[in-house]
Write a protein that binds this ligand. Structure first.
Ligand code: BG6
Length: 492
């Protein structure tokens, strides 16, 4: 028996989100999501949010990669790679254009039904995120998004429609993508939809004191609490509607290391990891962690949690913990050390690691470490909902993208997963982020490509939208065919 294969039934696949790939932003009755109205940016030049459509501006969500009209072709390509699972999100504003309409939009419901049926045609299990950053714009404008308890009611009504409508077609759900993003300054837009906090976007060069003022922090943590309540209510409801539903949380779980053995750096890294545990403890254990009071106090945040909410959180704990892992960061109290302008300000540059063109450190060992940390804390099944490499791809004269760098990234992270499984971690699936090129969330660029499938489209929306497998497409196919064993070939 080959000791290097993954557990039987391991769910290999890929992940996308609605606003980053669907396009058709106002088609068939769809309303706008807050993420639709984000302009294109770059690593150094943050995206901007406009409150209404500016005719002279290009919005990447308008076209996405036009998955709305290409979903059959795209799912067929996924099936050719052997996908067992396709993680995708439903656009709330496609179902309820204003977020809280009386009745759902039938054409929106039909679209997702078609997508799920298409997946099943190829034996692909859909895994559905109920919300992936994209709160309906109308709720942001009307009630400051997740700051309002009314948004909880609207979300639960929307989730109920999904659970009822797609009963039997969908068995795996995620309530909120990267829920811990809401506690960050860019969470005002992504996830939180708190317009009264301003429209500041991811600016890796400069996070102003104003952006981190206690007034703004208070709103973020209040919004995050409302999302916890909404998630717990949805979990309870989802189980009631179909007891075979598996419902998970999704938490951005990049690794945080101390920069050195300076005890101050160790404490700083411990505090950074609390950004994960803060959410995980509520969603998995059903209660706020012991460190919450001081953690919030230090940010100038006061959070009052009612007894009724405490009960809701306890009754709506998740079945599995899913997470995104791309990179690691180092925490350093020494101001002299070079800071790393990488993935969401993850601290000082780690001299042991190489970085991508967007500054994200390549750290497969960090994935093994984080899998062990999470499993050690919660002891529930884990799922890697996102992992991948965003890179600039060149189409070679033969018309193909030869992306050995992506294959290398995939291979090393797969080995790290296997190490964690051998450590005893219960991991049941892996979805590569962006198996088909799509719009980058942080910068809005198309040129930051993750795909095994190339899409002919540039940052300004020019291109034929033709899909073409890259070298990594055939590698991932082989990886799935061999249930992971092929990544160890060079070691045998
Ligand atoms: C995660 C998000 O944070 O990272 C995705 O859930 C996002 O939506 C992914 O696309 C990669 O980030 P980026 O900025 O490279 O697209």
């Amino acid at each position: 028996m080959n000791k290097n294969v993954f557990p039987k039934g391991f769910l290999w696949g890929g992940a996308t989100s609605a606003y980053q790939c669907e396009g058709a932003w106002n088609k068939d009755g769809k309303g706008f999501a807050i993420t639709d109205l984000l302009t294109t940016g770059t690593r150094r030049n943050p995206r901007k949010l406009t409150l209404e459509v500016d005719q002279n501006t290009y919005y990447p969500a308008k076209i996405g990669i036009d998955h709305y009209h290409h979903y059959k072709e795209d799912i067929k390509l996924f099936s050719e790679m052997g996908f067992k699972v396709y993680r995708m999100s439903v656009s709330w504003a496609r179902i309820f254009p204003n977020g809280d309409d009386e009745v759902p939009n039938q054409k929106g419901l039909d679209f997702y039904r078609n997508v799920f049926e298409e997946c099943h045609k190829y034996g692909i299990e859909p895994l559905v995120s109920i919300m992936h950053h994209d709160t309906p714009m109308a709720l942001a404008l009307k009630q400051d998004g997740w700051l309002s308890r009314k948004t909880i009611d609207a979300y639960v009504k929307y989730a109920k429609v999904l659970f009822e409508e797609y009963k039997g077609l969908v068995h795996y759900w995620i309530t909120f993508n990267e829920i811990n993003m809401t506690m960050n300054y860019f969470g005002d837009v992504y996830g939180g939809a708190i317009l009264s906090n301003g429209t500041r976007m991811i600016d890796i060069n400069h996070v102003s004191d104003d952006a981190m003022s206690s007034e703004k922090q208070n709103k973020r943590f209040a919004a995050l609490h409302n999302q916890f309540v909404a998630s717990a209510l949805a979990v309870k409801l989802g189980h009631k509607i179909d007891s075979s539903n598996n419902i998970g949380c999704m938490i951005a779980s990049d690794a945080h290391y101390p920069y050195s053995c300076n005890p101050q750096n160790i404490l700083a890294a411990q505090n950074s990891m609390r950004k994960l545990w803060y959410c995980g403890d509520v969603q998995v254990r059903g209660e706020y962690s012991y460190f919450t009071r001081r953690f919030l106090e230090e940010k100038g945040v006061t959070l009052v949690v009612s007894e009724e909410d405490k009960k809701i959180l306890k009754e709506g704990t998740v079945d599995f913990y899913s997470f995104s892992y791309y990179t690691s960061g180092t925490d350093c109290v020494d101001q002299e050390v070079d800071t790393d302008s990488g993935n969401f300000n993850l601290g000082a540059a780690n001299p042991y690691l190489k970085k991508s063109e967007w500054g994200w450190a390549f750290d497969p060992d960090g994935l093994r470490w984080v899998l062990n940390e999470i499993y050690g804390r919660y002891h529930i099944p884990l799922f890697i909902a996102e992992n991948g490499l965003g890179a600039i791809d060149e189409v070679s004269p033969d018309g193909i993208v030869h992306d050995d760098y992506r294959i290398h990234y995939l291979k090393e992270h797969t080995k790290a997963m296997k190490q964690a499984i051998d450590d005893g971690v219960e991991l049941f699936g892996y979805t590569w982020w962006g198996p088909i090129d799509l719009v980058s969330a942080s910068t809005g660029e198309m040129k930051k490509r993750y795909g095994f499938i190339y899409v002919d489209l540039d940052n300004e929306g020019h291109g034929t939208l033709e899909r073409k497998p890259k070298d990594s497409f055939y590698y991932y196919k082989k990886l799935i065919d061999t249930n992971g064993a092929c990544v160890f070939e060079d070691e045998e």
